[in-house]
Each structure stands twice: as structure tokens, then as C-alpha cells.
Design a protein around this ligand. Sequence first.
Ligand SMILES: Nc1ncnc2c1ncn2[C@@H]1O[C@H](COP(=O)(O)OP(=O)(O)OP(=O)(O)O)[C@@H](O)[C@H]1O
Ligand SMILES: [Mg+2]
Length: 802
Amino acid sequence: MFGRDKSDVTETLPMVPMRDVVVFPHTMIPFVIGRQSSIKALEHATARGKRIFLSAQHDATRDNPGPEEIYTLGTVCNVVQSLKLPDGNVKVLVEGLERGRALEFHEENGYLRVAVKLVPRVEEPAASMEGLMSKVIGQFEQYVKLSNNLHYDAMLAAVRVEDPGKLADTISSHLVVPVEEKQNLLEIATAQERLARIASILEAEVDKLNVDRRIQGRVKKQMERAQKEYYLNEKMKAIQKELGRKDDRASETDDLRKKIEQARMPKDAEEKAIQELKRLESMPPMSAEATVSRNYLDWLIAVPWARKTRERKDLHAAEQILNDDHYGLEKVKERIVEFLAVRQLVNNPKGPILCFVGPPGVGKTSLARSIARCTNRKFVRLSLGGVRDEAEVRGHRRTYIGAFPGQIIQMMKKAGARNPVFLLDEVDKMAMDFRGDPSAALLEVLDPEQNHSFTDHYLDVEFDLSAVFFIATANVLHTIPQALQDRLEVIRLPGYTEREKIEIAQRHLLPKQIKSHGLEPKNVAFAEQALEELVRRYTREAGVRNMEREMSTILRKVARKVVLEGRDYSAEITAASIPDYLGVPRYRTTQKEEHHEIGLATGLAWTEVGGEILPIEVTLMPGKGALRLTGKLGDVMQESAHAAMSFVRSRAEDYGIPRDFNRRLDVHIHVPEGAIPKDGPSAGITMCTALVSALTRMPVRRDVAMTGEITLRGKVLPIGGVKEKLLAAHRIGVTMVIMPRENEKDLAEVPKNVLEGLQVRLVDHIDEVLKLALLPPETPAQVSAGGPGEELGTAVPDGMTH
Ligand SMILES: Nc1ncnc2c1ncn2[C@@H]1O[C@H](COP(=O)(O)OP(=O)(O)OP(=O)(O)O)[C@@H](O)[C@H]1O
Ligand SMILES: [Mg+2]
């Protein structure tokens, strides 16, 4: 392995184990030694030839490392200079000469001696390494620039070296890397490998230094900014002082503190507010954070924690106000007064929530307003139509940007007192989707067991809603979630008769509208017939909303005249002059047919806007027994038509209809008036009557209206919406209503004057219906509509003549 050249020669030298220094050949390096053994070794070296062997110890903390704890590869050095320091240590300057391997250690007179074999230098042509050399030089230049530890001249000295081995050693000695790494470099035999290793070390080091530099730059910038802000704030304070203004900041916080005290919050809310105020004080006043914090405090302060209006408890006065504001509605008012009475007796009422249910424009919202007036509470209204998100009710957490309290808290702020009448309008229109169910939040609001500790996500403290008088309104009940319905005490407002509407118009709507149009009573006079005309021919509704709108249209035109022609202008509105204001009538006078007709019967329907008339037409034509249904009928209504048809076929002979009529005829059932949604089984007897009329050519009495479900055997089953349907019948002026006997109980709810004007006939079977509704057959010439009568039997069945 070893050739017989100079490198084979071993030499015995004193040695010093180095704690954290690796000496490279071709470099000079100063260090201090202090251990007695080391000093002795040095002395021996200087005394004889100045050659010494230096090698690093494995563990820098060991004071007396044994031979096995010292790297065997070290450097043979020349001691250039040594200087005894006053503290007994010695400062040494050595020059690295050659790599050497320690073959043997032995201790002698208190210091270490080693037998060293020099490591042969590998001859490598510099030319082949030029590229690598210049790369390393470039990297080293960068390294020196970035690190503050190395001197510039060290770099210069290093890069001027031309021999690759020497270059590698010089740069190695300048690197700031752990001892192990340096030892590694020392142990690499060829210059090429050493340079490659150095290149990779330098690359990593330069990267590290670059990152350091960036971080340092950032830290510096941040510090500069903070200092700048501080400086500017101080300067602003100084300027304000100079201008003679009191420190704004202090006055703002004083102000807020005072307001917090005055708000009389419950304890935990107050604590929260004070805590927030402290946070606010520590923020830069113009920062975004401070704005958020101030907003939150403003909300906490603005919510009516303690403020209350004094409640009026006088029931007589309450009754008086309800009567003043609303005409009619006797039952409803009575129930409201009873409700108020109970609320008074049970001091902390945990009873149900009032809910007004009825078609639009019947006075639900305005009744709630009246209740507020008669109990001397504030009034707020929250429309729940289209609310589909729990957060709309309960607010967003403050961590969201631009967060706000929910509608409940917003409304409470608007009320300014903690005991308002709170109207939850249109609870039936509340929607539900993936963002959560608002009705769940509403349940909590309405539950007297829970609502004393309602938490809004934004406020994040409990708010007591128990003093609030909640009232709900809805057009229909069935879309309200059941759990919510259970909390509600439902009061129904079915709609008004013609007479009532006219009274309401005269007593309430007209004076109100005249005032709101800036007119005086002398400017306009409505004849009673004019109002009648409005009710009958310009509106068709259960409530009075459209009538009010039409009146307002007329009054606008009057107002224009008053402005043009002077304050004394006076308009007389009569039935005849109404078309001048409103154009041609929108509806026919009555829906009652003008003649007794064959194949046309009048049904009664119930819709969300109240009762309606539902005429049903049947025509026959030559064909093969097809049944056609038109008029956009719902599924249930179509089935009901088929049932009526089957019934008629099964009983054809009893009614004198040829058994095989369906082989020669097609039947077409049509339900006109496209606007009314048509579904439900309650048109069964009407369809059957029209069918029998068409087939037997017996006209249907024009002053009869009917409603009822029919079975295949002709039984008449009960239906819903009796009150609304009777109001509609009354409105159009029919004289007789046929309805199922089982609905008799519902008649109790129908206003007396309506019942007085109507003959109500209760029936169990379709035979009774036909007996009441059909007239004897007429000759074809007298009848205005009909089918191919001649071919059909026209015999009247027994007992069906009048
Ligand atoms: N019985 C009545 N006496 C006096 N005014 C009435 C009466 N009923 C309704 N009104 C008036 O009719 C108008 C419409 O009533 P309101 O707004 O209360 O209807 P609503 O039942 O709440 O309808 P919606 O379901 O569309 O909200 C109001 O101006 C109200 O004062
Ligand atoms: Mg309303």
C-alpha cells in the first residue's frame, strides 16, 4: 500500500490535541494553548526543529483525551512564533506543512509524542480543474461578502492561489463550519474531490446566509414601521395638545365608559364591555381593529338592556283603542282583550304567542300595531318572508369581517325599549336551506323558558327577551313548522263581507287616505254607490288592501286637481264617475250567471287570498267516450273529475241517460278563470252536477253555488274553508249554497249577516244536490248552451222536478 518514497518515512514528533481547530497545510493559524501537557509539547518542539503534530480531538470538552479520542489524521506544522501570556497561557502561531497520520501515541515526560507518517500528495494537473476552481472561487467571494466574519483580505489571499490543492486548503481553513466538517475536508486525499466537497458546502452556506439576510431585513422593516407609528402617534398627540384640544383618545374612552355605566347592562355584559374598552385603549386609534372594537361597543351600548316603556294596563282603554282603529272583527277583538287580561293576571306570562292568520289585507299587521298602541309599548316589525338563514335571525360571529347582530337584536335596538310589541310578519313565508334553519332560532326566541337568555352570535352575551310581546302573522298555517305552530295561539281573520268593506272604507280607509294625500275632507266626497262599485267591479279580494290602493289612485288625481284649481276644489266621486278615474271595471258585477245554463255549475273554492267562485263547464260532442279536462287542474281535481264521471256512468239509467252514452260522445270538462289555483277534491259535486246537467239537458239554477267532495257511490264528504267560501258566495249574490252535512259545525264561525242572506242546504248524497240544483229540461231553443240534446233521453228521473 505504501511505496518506498519520502512519505513512508516516519518521524516522531511532540503533539498537541486541538479542541476546536483543524490546521490545514499551506495556512498560518494562531491559537492559544493552556493545558500543561500541551505547553510541554510546544516547549519540546521549539527546542528541537520547531516541528509539531497537531490533530483535533473527537470531543472538544475532554481535558485529557486518550489516543483513541484523537483523530489520527492531523497536520505536521512549523511553530512560527510563541508568546507566553501573563495568565500562563501561550499564544502560538503555526504554519501547516503536510498532512500526516499518527501511527503510534506514547506519553513521555507529561506530554504526548507520536510516530507520524506523512500523507503523500497526489499530483493532479491544475489545467483539468480550472472550471471547478473558478466556480469555487466565485462561490467563496459570495460567501465572504455575505458573512461578516471573514475579512476581505483573507479572501484576496485565498483567491490568488493557483495550485488546486493549496486553494482547497486555504479556503477550507477560512470556512466557518463545525470541526467534524473540517476534519472531513482534511482527510480527503485528492484536490479535485476536496474542491467538489467545498463547492457543495459553500452552496449550502450561501443559501443559509441569504435566508438569514432576508429575515433580518424583514425584522428590521417591521421594527422601523412600529417605531414610525409610535413616533407619529406621539407627534399627533403633541399637535393636538398644541392646538389646545383635550386628548381625544382619553375623552373618547371616558365617554364610552360613561355610556357603558348608563346602559345598566347585566353584570356579564358590562364586564365584557369594560374588557373590550381596555382592548380598544391599547390599539392604535385609526386601525381597522379599533373600528371593529368600537362598533361592537356601540352595539352593546345601544341595545335596550334596561329601558322600558310604562305599560298601560287599563283594559277599557285597550278595548276603546282597538275599536277606534278597526271596524268589525268583534270576535277577534274580544279574544285580544281576553289575551291581554290573562297576560296581566299572570304577571310573568309564559303563555302562547298570538298569531293572526288570514288572507292579505284583512288587518293583521294593523291589529298588531293597535295592540302596541293600547298597551303603550313600542312597535317593531320584522318581516320573515324570505329569511332563509339562521344568521339573519341570530347574527354572525364577530370574527367575520363586517359582522352584524341578527335581526332580533337590530329590531330591539330600533325599539329602544326592552318591552315592545314585536311583530313577526309572515312566519309562513320563512324559508329553509343549507345555511341552517331560521325557524330553530325563532323557536328559541319565542320560547318563554329560553328567551330570557337569548344569545346573538355577534353580541355574544345573553339578552333578555322575556318582556317582549311577540305577535306573529301568517296567510296560511300549513307551511309553518309544527314545532312553531305549537307555540302559537291562532286567531283567524277570514275576510270581510261587501257591507263590511264599505263600512271600513268610510270609517277608516278614506279619512286615512285623505290625510296622507294632503287633502281635506271638503276636497272629496265618495258616494256610497261609488264604494260599492269599487268593491264589486274593481277589486276581488278577501281584505281591503286593493280597495285602499284604488282609493289612493283616485285621491292622487283629486290632489292634482286641487293643486291646479285651488284649495277649494271639490270632487264628487259617484258610481258613474269612477271609470273616469280608474278606467273600465276589472270584474263583472257579479259572478252569478245571468241565465240558468245547461252544463254549467257554480262551485266554491278556497285559496290563500280567501274564498272564490269556481264555475265548471261541461260540453258533449260526438266521439268515443274520451274525457278531456282543461283549465290547469291539479292532480286531485283531475281524479275528482274521473270519480264524478264514473259515478254518472254507473247511475246513468237512474237519471234517464242512455246507458251507452259514452260510446257515442266525448265529454269535455273545463274550469275557466286561469288565475285561480285549482286543486283539491271539493269541486266533486259541482263537476258531477254540470255533467248530469249536460247529459240530461236540465239547466243548473244560476243562483245556486255548491261545494263538496264526491265518492264513487255518490256520498258527499266534508271540505275545508267553509267560512271563506260562504263569504265568496255572499259576495257574488247567490241565494243558495249546497254543502256537506258534516260541515254544519263550521257554520258557527260564519258572520250572521252572511247566513241571513243565504239559504244553506246541508246534504249527504249527490241525489239531494241534483234535486236542489237542476231545473226541468227546457226545449233546445230556450237554452243558451248545451250538447247534442235531441239524441239523448231528456226524461226527468223520479222526484227531480220542482
Ligand atoms: N277592520 C278594519 N278596520 C279598519 N281598517 C282595516 C281593517 N282591516 C284592514 N284595515 C286596513 O287595511 C289595510 C291593510 O291591512 P294590513 O296591512 O293590516 O293587512 P295584513 O292583514 O297585514 O295583510 P298582509 O297579509 O298582506 O300583510 C291597513 O291600512 C289596515 O288599517
Ligand atoms: Mg301585513
